[in-house]
Ligand binder design. Structure first.
Ligand SMILES: [Zn+2]
Length: 364
């Protein structure tokens, strides 16, 4: 819930929750006042930024609906002030990735064409210079058409995490394997980001510099995820699980949980009943909240916590890590018919990847 704590659900489209980050409302007010200072009125400026973000929202919806055609669900669409994100439950490779990545910019292209033809049909005049297009008081239809052309071009930049980077990777994975394809696409993206950054410094444009940094790290992250997935391919959950850890019973107190939090290096505890069944996972935050609300004598079962996500020891680790299994990438509990037998945490996964990659350098 923490990741969505600063955003507001404004509705659902095709069953997908659409959330808007709260800082977006600051942006609307800011554009309103910027518009006033240019003599075009508060509503005009606020309406324009809202329409641009509606276009970004439709772009993300394009990704989400294309993903649905390939059986990939969408957790939510979040609109941030710097752009939108469709949080998909996994990303397939090859032609599916190509179609999903291309669907977003395609929406902007269609919007741009429809708005342009609408403006022409209404006999609106077309400003000749770019300044004319962007000037306050210009035809809203033409202005929004141009904004969609820019969204289309910007997203097609051949660099992660832009859609163009994914389209490029999809093409590369068709001629080589996913890891090498991603490595090449990421290297191209980073070279591109460096050029972009230098150009940004040269013309002293802060936005360009920020985008360059964003692309540079986005590309590196993508390459890392891909390498990690390749290492975990064909591995089982049991290979990455922690088997020595403390567990708590539902009737135990928050005082006892706090004691374990202090005395061990663990900050997440499975709450398991006498039959080995998992009730929930108690995090550090949950323990602190319980102490505050119920005191040290309060029983663990009295607090509301999200249900534990459990997997089997023989489940495919690569599939879970790639997100294809539709699970959140937090801590997973591993249970068999005898009850909880292990935990997989982001740290234990990172340890396994580090060990496997070192072992491959020195032979088996
Ligand atoms: Zn996109």
């Amino acid at each position: 819930m923490r990741s969505t704590g600063w955003s507001l659900e404004i509705g659902r489209l095709f069953g997908i929750p659409i959330r808007v980050h709260l800082t977006f409302f600051v942006l609307v007010v800011w554009f309103g006042f910027a518009s006033v200072s240019q003599g075009a009125g508060f509503v005009d400026g606020a309406a324009r930024i809202i329409l641009v973000f509606a276009s970004v929202g439709l772009h993300e919806l394009g990704h989400a609906l294309a993903a649905r055609r390939f059986g990939v669900g969408t957790i939510e669409i979040v609109l941030y002030p710097i752009g939108g994100v469709a949080r998909l439950r996994g990303m397939p490779h090859g032609i599916a990735e190509l179609v999903i990545a291309a669907a977003g910019p395609a929406v902007n292209l269609v919007l741009a064409l429809v708005l342009f033809m609408g403006a022409v049909a209404l006999g609106q005049t077309l400003p000749v210079t770019p300044e004319g297009w962007m000037a306050p008081g210009t035809s809203l239809m033409l202005w929004l058409s141009l904004a969609n052309v820019m969204l289309f071009l910007f997203n097609l930049l051949p660099a992660f995490p832009m859609d163009g980077g994914r389209i490029l990777r999809a093409f590369l994975t068709m001629v080589t394997d996913p890891v090498r394809g991603t490595r090449v696409a990421a290297a191209l993206g980073q070279s591109f980001a460096i050029l972009f950054g230098i150009f940004g410094i040269f013309i002293s444009n802060l936005v360009l510099m920020i985008i360059a940094v964003f692309i540079f790290f986005g590309a590196g992250q993508e390459a890392l995820i891909s390498r990690r997935q390749a290492w975990l391919q064909g591995r089982q959950v049991r290979d990455a699980m922690i088997t020595r850890f403390e567990r708590l019973a539902p009737q135990e107190s928050f005082g006892r949980a706090a004691q374990l939090l202090l005395r061990t290096t663990q900050d997440i505890f499975p709450v398991v009943d006498g039959w080995g069944r998992v009730g929930m996972v108690l995090t550090r935050d949950g323990i602190l909240r319980g102490l505050q609300e119920l005191g040290p004598d309060g029983a663990l079962l009295e607090i509301e916590a999200p249900p534990a996500v459990t997997v089997g020891p023989d489940d495919d680790l690569g599939e879970i890590v790639s997100g294809a299994a539709g699970m959140p990438l937090g801590t997973l509990l591993v249970a068999d018919e005898t009850g909880v037998v292990g935990m997989v945490t982001p740290e234990s996964l990172a340890n396994l990847v580090a060990i496997l990659s070192r072992m491959s350098e020195t032979g088996p």
